[in-house]
Design a protein around this ligand. Structure first.
Ligand SMILES: *Cc1c(COP(=O)(O)O)cnc(C)c1O
Length: 368
Protein backbone atom coordinates (compact mmCIF):
# COMPACT_ATOMS: atom_id res chain seq x y z
CA UNK A 1 0.00 0.00 0.00
CA UNK A 2 3.00 2.32 -0.36
CA UNK A 3 2.68 4.97 -3.04
CA UNK A 4 5.58 5.82 -5.34
CA UNK A 5 8.67 6.64 -3.26
CA UNK A 6 8.75 10.26 -4.40
CA UNK A 7 5.27 10.99 -2.99
CA UNK A 8 6.47 10.30 0.53
CA UNK A 9 8.41 13.57 0.58
CA UNK A 10 5.42 15.67 -0.50
CA UNK A 11 2.59 17.13 1.50
CA UNK A 12 -0.84 17.76 0.03
CA UNK A 13 -1.79 21.36 -0.67
CA UNK A 14 -2.90 22.88 2.62
CA UNK A 15 -5.87 25.15 2.11
CA UNK A 16 -6.44 27.96 4.59
CA UNK A 17 -9.12 27.51 7.24
CA UNK A 18 -12.63 28.16 5.94
CA UNK A 19 -13.55 31.81 6.44
CA UNK A 20 -16.72 30.93 8.37
CA UNK A 21 -14.76 28.87 10.88
CA UNK A 22 -12.21 31.63 11.47
CA UNK A 23 -15.03 34.14 11.98
CA UNK A 24 -16.63 31.97 14.62
CA UNK A 25 -13.37 31.18 16.42
CA UNK A 26 -12.25 34.79 16.63
CA UNK A 27 -15.69 36.32 17.01
CA UNK A 28 -15.25 38.49 13.94
CA UNK A 29 -18.06 39.96 11.91
CA UNK A 30 -16.26 40.24 8.64
CA UNK A 31 -13.20 38.60 7.18
CA UNK A 32 -11.37 39.80 4.11
CA UNK A 33 -9.23 37.23 2.32
CA UNK A 34 -6.24 38.80 0.63
CA UNK A 35 -4.30 35.56 0.40
CA UNK A 36 -4.87 33.87 -2.94
CA UNK A 37 -4.51 36.69 -5.47
CA UNK A 38 -8.17 36.55 -6.38
CA UNK A 39 -9.80 39.48 -8.14
CA UNK A 40 -11.60 41.65 -5.52
CA UNK A 41 -13.98 42.92 -8.23
CA UNK A 42 -15.29 39.48 -9.16
CA UNK A 43 -15.63 38.67 -12.84
CA UNK A 44 -17.15 40.28 -15.92
CA UNK A 45 -20.95 40.36 -16.28
CA UNK A 46 -20.43 39.03 -19.80
CA UNK A 47 -18.92 35.89 -18.29
CA UNK A 48 -21.90 35.55 -15.94
CA UNK A 49 -24.35 35.89 -18.85
CA UNK A 50 -22.58 33.09 -20.72
CA UNK A 51 -22.72 30.89 -17.63
CA UNK A 52 -26.47 31.44 -17.34
CA UNK A 53 -26.98 30.49 -20.98
CA UNK A 54 -24.99 27.33 -20.51
CA UNK A 55 -27.12 26.10 -17.61
CA UNK A 56 -29.52 24.35 -20.00
CA UNK A 57 -26.69 22.09 -21.24
CA UNK A 58 -25.47 20.62 -17.98
CA UNK A 59 -26.43 17.08 -19.01
CA UNK A 60 -24.14 17.20 -22.05
CA UNK A 61 -20.40 16.47 -21.84
CA UNK A 62 -18.22 19.46 -22.60
CA UNK A 63 -16.57 19.86 -25.96
CA UNK A 64 -13.25 18.14 -25.28
CA UNK A 65 -11.59 20.28 -27.93
CA UNK A 66 -13.06 23.56 -26.58
CA UNK A 67 -13.67 24.52 -30.20
CA UNK A 68 -15.57 27.74 -29.64
CA UNK A 69 -13.24 29.05 -26.95
CA UNK A 70 -10.26 27.87 -28.99
CA UNK A 71 -11.36 29.82 -32.04
CA UNK A 72 -12.03 32.92 -30.02
CA UNK A 73 -8.78 32.79 -28.04
CA UNK A 74 -6.64 32.01 -31.10
CA UNK A 75 -8.12 35.06 -32.76
CA UNK A 76 -7.60 37.17 -29.67
CA UNK A 77 -3.94 36.13 -29.32
CA UNK A 78 -3.13 36.05 -33.03
CA UNK A 79 -2.02 32.41 -33.01
CA UNK A 80 -3.27 29.30 -34.84
CA UNK A 81 -5.94 27.20 -33.19
CA UNK A 82 -3.58 24.23 -32.94
CA UNK A 83 -1.20 26.31 -30.82
CA UNK A 84 -3.43 26.13 -27.74
CA UNK A 85 -4.05 23.63 -24.95
CA UNK A 86 -6.66 24.18 -22.21
CA UNK A 87 -6.39 22.99 -18.64
CA UNK A 88 -8.45 22.71 -15.48
CA UNK A 89 -6.63 25.84 -14.37
CA UNK A 90 -3.13 26.50 -15.66
CA UNK A 91 -2.16 24.26 -12.72
CA UNK A 92 -3.29 21.36 -14.86
CA UNK A 93 -1.22 22.49 -17.82
CA UNK A 94 1.81 22.42 -15.47
CA UNK A 95 0.86 18.85 -14.59
CA UNK A 96 0.40 17.89 -18.25
CA UNK A 97 3.82 19.31 -19.15
CA UNK A 98 5.48 17.39 -16.33
CA UNK A 99 3.74 14.17 -17.29
CA UNK A 100 4.74 14.62 -20.90
CA UNK A 101 8.41 15.51 -20.44
CA UNK A 102 9.65 14.45 -17.01
CA UNK A 103 10.75 11.04 -15.76
CA UNK A 104 13.32 9.74 -13.27
CA UNK A 105 16.31 10.09 -15.59
CA UNK A 106 15.58 13.74 -16.30
CA UNK A 107 15.91 17.03 -14.46
CA UNK A 108 14.08 20.34 -14.48
CA UNK A 109 15.37 23.83 -13.65
CA UNK A 110 13.37 26.49 -11.84
CA UNK A 111 13.80 29.64 -9.74
CA UNK A 112 13.29 29.53 -5.97
CA UNK A 113 11.17 30.73 -4.30
CA UNK A 114 8.48 30.50 -6.93
CA UNK A 115 5.07 28.98 -7.59
CA UNK A 116 5.25 25.56 -5.86
CA UNK A 117 3.41 23.49 -8.45
CA UNK A 118 6.40 23.15 -10.82
CA UNK A 119 8.44 21.44 -8.14
CA UNK A 120 5.52 19.44 -6.78
CA UNK A 121 4.59 17.89 -10.12
CA UNK A 122 8.20 17.33 -11.17
CA UNK A 123 8.80 15.34 -7.99
CA UNK A 124 5.73 13.17 -8.57
CA UNK A 125 7.09 12.39 -12.03
CA UNK A 126 10.40 11.41 -10.47
CA UNK A 127 12.57 14.12 -12.04
CA UNK A 128 15.47 15.79 -10.30
CA UNK A 129 14.55 19.36 -9.34
CA UNK A 130 17.26 22.00 -9.75
CA UNK A 131 16.29 25.15 -7.88
CA UNK A 132 18.16 28.37 -8.56
CA UNK A 133 17.80 31.05 -5.86
CA UNK A 134 16.39 34.41 -6.87
CA UNK A 135 18.67 37.43 -6.59
CA UNK A 136 16.83 40.40 -5.05
CA UNK A 137 13.56 38.78 -6.03
CA UNK A 138 14.64 38.32 -9.65
CA UNK A 139 15.37 35.18 -11.65
CA UNK A 140 19.11 34.45 -11.79
CA UNK A 141 19.03 33.64 -15.48
CA UNK A 142 22.81 33.08 -15.72
CA UNK A 143 22.74 30.50 -12.96
CA UNK A 144 19.65 28.89 -14.47
CA UNK A 145 21.49 28.51 -17.78
CA UNK A 146 24.45 26.99 -15.96
CA UNK A 147 22.13 24.44 -14.30
CA UNK A 148 20.95 23.06 -17.66
CA UNK A 149 22.57 19.85 -18.91
CA UNK A 150 21.81 17.00 -21.32
CA UNK A 151 19.17 15.58 -19.00
CA UNK A 152 17.26 18.85 -18.60
CA UNK A 153 13.78 18.73 -20.13
CA UNK A 154 11.94 21.77 -18.78
CA UNK A 155 13.08 25.18 -17.52
CA UNK A 156 10.46 27.24 -15.67
CA UNK A 157 10.18 31.02 -15.73
CA UNK A 158 7.52 32.66 -13.62
CA UNK A 159 6.92 36.07 -15.13
CA UNK A 160 5.84 37.97 -13.06
CA UNK A 161 7.13 35.72 -10.31
CA UNK A 162 4.88 34.55 -7.52
CA UNK A 163 5.51 35.45 -4.63
CA UNK A 164 7.83 38.39 -5.41
CA UNK A 165 5.87 40.08 -8.21
CA UNK A 166 9.11 40.82 -10.05
CA UNK A 167 9.40 40.38 -13.80
CA UNK A 168 11.90 39.40 -16.49
CA UNK A 169 12.43 42.26 -18.99
CA UNK A 170 12.23 41.53 -22.70
CA UNK A 171 15.97 41.86 -23.45
CA UNK A 172 16.85 39.37 -20.69
CA UNK A 173 14.14 36.97 -21.80
CA UNK A 174 15.34 37.01 -25.41
CA UNK A 175 19.01 36.56 -24.63
CA UNK A 176 18.10 33.73 -22.26
CA UNK A 177 15.99 31.99 -24.89
CA UNK A 178 18.81 32.26 -27.43
CA UNK A 179 21.15 30.44 -25.10
CA UNK A 180 18.85 27.63 -23.93
CA UNK A 181 19.35 24.48 -26.04
CA UNK A 182 16.43 24.26 -28.48
CA UNK A 183 15.49 20.76 -27.29
CA UNK A 184 14.74 22.02 -23.77
CA UNK A 185 11.22 23.29 -23.13
CA UNK A 186 11.07 26.76 -21.57
CA UNK A 187 7.79 27.49 -19.79
CA UNK A 188 6.90 31.14 -19.26
CA UNK A 189 4.16 31.14 -16.62
CA UNK A 190 2.27 34.41 -17.04
CA UNK A 191 -0.64 33.97 -14.63
CA UNK A 192 -0.59 37.72 -13.89
CA UNK A 193 -0.09 38.82 -17.52
CA UNK A 194 -3.15 41.10 -17.56
CA UNK A 195 -1.88 43.12 -14.59
CA UNK A 196 1.58 43.90 -15.96
CA UNK A 197 2.30 47.51 -16.85
CA UNK A 198 6.11 47.54 -17.28
CA UNK A 199 6.90 48.78 -20.79
CA UNK A 200 9.75 46.29 -21.25
CA UNK A 201 7.72 43.22 -20.27
CA UNK A 202 8.02 40.75 -23.17
CA UNK A 203 5.03 39.92 -25.35
CA UNK A 204 6.19 36.32 -25.50
CA UNK A 205 3.54 35.28 -28.03
CA UNK A 206 5.49 37.18 -30.68
CA UNK A 207 8.54 34.95 -29.98
CA UNK A 208 6.86 31.61 -30.62
CA UNK A 209 8.23 31.49 -34.18
CA UNK A 210 11.77 32.25 -33.06
CA UNK A 211 11.73 29.75 -30.22
CA UNK A 212 9.91 26.48 -31.01
CA UNK A 213 10.67 25.26 -27.45
CA UNK A 214 8.67 28.06 -25.76
CA UNK A 215 5.45 27.31 -23.86
CA UNK A 216 3.44 30.22 -22.43
CA UNK A 217 0.93 29.68 -19.60
CA UNK A 218 -1.94 32.02 -18.88
CA UNK A 219 -5.14 31.74 -16.89
CA UNK A 220 -8.66 33.03 -16.39
CA UNK A 221 -8.27 32.67 -12.60
CA UNK A 222 -6.58 35.93 -11.71
CA UNK A 223 -7.45 39.19 -13.54
CA UNK A 224 -10.46 37.58 -15.25
CA UNK A 225 -11.78 36.60 -11.83
CA UNK A 226 -12.83 33.06 -12.71
CA UNK A 227 -10.73 31.11 -10.20
CA UNK A 228 -13.67 28.96 -9.11
CA UNK A 229 -14.22 27.60 -12.60
CA UNK A 230 -10.67 26.32 -13.13
CA UNK A 231 -9.65 27.25 -16.63
CA UNK A 232 -6.23 28.19 -17.95
CA UNK A 233 -4.25 27.53 -21.10
CA UNK A 234 -0.90 26.96 -22.75
CA UNK A 235 0.30 28.58 -25.97
CA UNK A 236 3.11 26.96 -27.96
CA UNK A 237 4.10 25.74 -31.37
CA UNK A 238 1.70 23.17 -32.79
CA UNK A 239 4.26 20.35 -32.64
CA UNK A 240 4.71 20.88 -28.89
CA UNK A 241 0.94 21.07 -28.34
CA UNK A 242 0.41 17.92 -30.39
CA UNK A 243 3.01 16.02 -28.41
CA UNK A 244 1.56 16.91 -24.99
CA UNK A 245 -2.16 16.55 -25.89
CA UNK A 246 -2.21 12.78 -25.11
CA UNK A 247 -1.39 13.64 -21.48
CA UNK A 248 -4.58 15.71 -21.18
CA UNK A 249 -7.84 14.22 -19.94
CA UNK A 250 -10.48 14.36 -22.68
CA UNK A 251 -13.05 16.44 -20.74
CA UNK A 252 -10.72 18.41 -18.48
CA UNK A 253 -12.48 21.78 -18.75
CA UNK A 254 -16.19 22.12 -18.04
CA UNK A 255 -18.87 23.64 -20.25
CA UNK A 256 -19.45 26.37 -17.69
CA UNK A 257 -15.75 27.24 -17.58
CA UNK A 258 -15.44 27.34 -21.36
CA UNK A 259 -18.54 29.51 -21.67
CA UNK A 260 -17.41 31.92 -18.97
CA UNK A 261 -13.97 32.25 -20.59
CA UNK A 262 -15.61 33.14 -23.91
CA UNK A 263 -17.63 35.87 -22.22
CA UNK A 264 -14.60 37.13 -20.29
CA UNK A 265 -12.57 37.61 -23.48
CA UNK A 266 -15.17 40.08 -24.73
CA UNK A 267 -14.80 42.39 -21.75
CA UNK A 268 -11.59 44.33 -22.29
CA UNK A 269 -13.07 47.18 -20.26
CA UNK A 270 -13.36 45.02 -17.14
CA UNK A 271 -9.69 44.00 -17.36
CA UNK A 272 -8.62 47.58 -17.96
CA UNK A 273 -10.47 48.85 -14.89
CA UNK A 274 -9.18 46.05 -12.66
CA UNK A 275 -5.64 46.70 -13.84
CA UNK A 276 -5.88 50.42 -13.10
CA UNK A 277 -7.37 49.94 -9.65
CA UNK A 278 -4.72 47.34 -8.90
CA UNK A 279 -1.96 49.82 -9.81
CA UNK A 280 -3.50 52.42 -7.51
CA UNK A 281 -3.69 49.85 -4.73
CA UNK A 282 -0.05 48.89 -5.20
CA UNK A 283 0.94 52.55 -4.93
CA UNK A 284 -0.77 52.79 -1.52
CA UNK A 285 1.27 49.84 -0.29
CA UNK A 286 4.49 51.25 -1.78
CA UNK A 287 4.11 54.60 -0.09
CA UNK A 288 3.24 52.94 3.22
CA UNK A 289 6.40 50.79 2.98
CA UNK A 290 8.52 53.78 2.04
CA UNK A 291 7.12 55.84 4.95
CA UNK A 292 7.85 53.08 7.42
CA UNK A 293 11.15 52.01 5.90
CA UNK A 294 9.89 48.53 5.13
CA UNK A 295 11.52 46.51 2.39
CA UNK A 296 9.19 45.41 -0.41
CA UNK A 297 9.39 44.09 -3.93
CA UNK A 298 7.94 46.32 -6.65
CA UNK A 299 5.18 44.21 -8.18
CA UNK A 300 3.83 43.70 -11.69
CA UNK A 301 1.10 41.46 -10.30
CA UNK A 302 -1.92 41.89 -7.98
CA UNK A 303 -0.04 41.19 -4.78
CA UNK A 304 2.84 42.62 -2.82
CA UNK A 305 5.50 40.90 -0.76
CA UNK A 306 6.59 43.18 2.06
CA UNK A 307 8.82 42.91 5.09
CA UNK A 308 7.27 42.99 8.56
CA UNK A 309 10.57 43.15 10.47
CA UNK A 310 9.48 40.19 12.59
CA UNK A 311 8.36 36.61 12.21
CA UNK A 312 5.89 36.45 9.35
CA UNK A 313 3.51 34.18 11.29
CA UNK A 314 3.19 36.81 14.03
CA UNK A 315 2.13 39.42 11.50
CA UNK A 316 -0.22 36.88 9.95
CA UNK A 317 -1.87 36.22 13.35
CA UNK A 318 -2.13 39.89 14.15
CA UNK A 319 -3.86 40.66 10.85
CA UNK A 320 -6.10 37.61 11.15
CA UNK A 321 -7.40 38.94 14.48
CA UNK A 322 -8.24 42.17 12.68
CA UNK A 323 -10.15 40.21 10.06
CA UNK A 324 -7.56 40.04 7.28
CA UNK A 325 -6.17 36.80 5.89
CA UNK A 326 -2.82 37.18 4.11
CA UNK A 327 -0.08 34.71 3.18
CA UNK A 328 2.70 34.26 5.67
CA UNK A 329 6.10 34.31 4.00
CA UNK A 330 7.16 31.37 6.16
CA UNK A 331 5.60 28.97 3.71
CA UNK A 332 6.86 30.98 0.75
CA UNK A 333 10.57 31.12 1.55
CA UNK A 334 10.50 34.65 3.02
CA UNK A 335 10.24 34.20 6.79
CA UNK A 336 10.02 37.91 7.66
CA UNK A 337 7.65 38.91 4.86
CA UNK A 338 3.97 38.60 4.10
CA UNK A 339 2.25 38.46 0.73
CA UNK A 340 -0.87 40.59 0.49
CA UNK A 341 -3.26 40.45 -2.44
CA UNK A 342 -4.21 43.98 -3.51
CA UNK A 343 -7.87 44.42 -2.58
CA UNK A 344 -10.44 47.14 -3.05
CA UNK A 345 -9.40 50.64 -2.00
CA UNK A 346 -11.14 50.56 1.39
CA UNK A 347 -9.65 47.14 2.17
CA UNK A 348 -6.16 48.30 1.20
CA UNK A 349 -6.47 51.35 3.43
CA UNK A 350 -7.78 49.33 6.34
CA UNK A 351 -5.15 46.61 6.20
CA UNK A 352 -2.46 49.28 5.88
CA UNK A 353 -3.70 50.96 9.06
CA UNK A 354 -3.58 47.61 10.89
CA UNK A 355 -0.10 47.01 9.54
CA UNK A 356 0.93 50.41 10.78
CA UNK A 357 -0.17 49.46 14.31
CA UNK A 358 1.63 46.14 14.00
CA UNK A 359 4.89 47.70 12.85
CA UNK A 360 4.73 50.21 15.75
CA UNK A 361 4.48 47.36 18.26
CA UNK A 362 7.37 45.53 16.57
CA UNK A 363 9.51 48.66 16.77
CA UNK A 364 8.62 49.17 20.43
CA UNK A 365 9.61 45.59 21.25
CA UNK A 366 12.93 46.01 19.47
CA UNK A 367 13.73 49.26 21.26
CA UNK A 368 13.00 47.77 24.73
C1 LIG B 1 -2.37 31.35 -9.47
C2 LIG B 1 -1.22 30.87 -10.28
C3 LIG B 1 -1.34 29.82 -11.20
C4 LIG B 1 -2.51 28.89 -11.23
O1 LIG B 1 -3.62 29.36 -11.71
P1 LIG B 1 -4.84 28.44 -12.12
O2 LIG B 1 -5.04 28.76 -13.54
O3 LIG B 1 -5.92 28.87 -11.23
O4 LIG B 1 -4.48 27.00 -11.93
C5 LIG B 1 -0.27 29.48 -11.99
N1 LIG B 1 0.90 30.12 -11.86
C6 LIG B 1 1.07 31.10 -10.98
C7 LIG B 1 2.39 31.76 -10.88
C8 LIG B 1 0.03 31.50 -10.15
O5 LIG B 1 0.24 32.44 -9.23
Amino acid sequence: MQPKQQLLSLRPYKPGKPVEEVKRELGLEKIVKLASNENPYGCSDLAKDKITEELSNLHVYPDGYSAELREKLADYLGVDQDQLIFGNGSDEVVQILCRAYLSPETNTVMPAPTFPQYRHNAIIDGAEVREVQLINGNHDLEAMLAAIDNQTRIVWLCNPNNPTGSYIPEADFVSFMKRVPSNVIVVSDEAYFEYVSAADYPNTVTYLNDFPNLVILRTFSKAHGLAALRIGYGIANSTVIQSIEPAREPFNTSRIAQAAAIGALDDAEFIKTCKEKNREGLKLFYSFCEDKGLLYYPSEANFILLDVQSDADEAFDFLLRKGYIVRSGNALGFPSMIRITVGEEAQNKEIISHLETYIETVKEKVSK
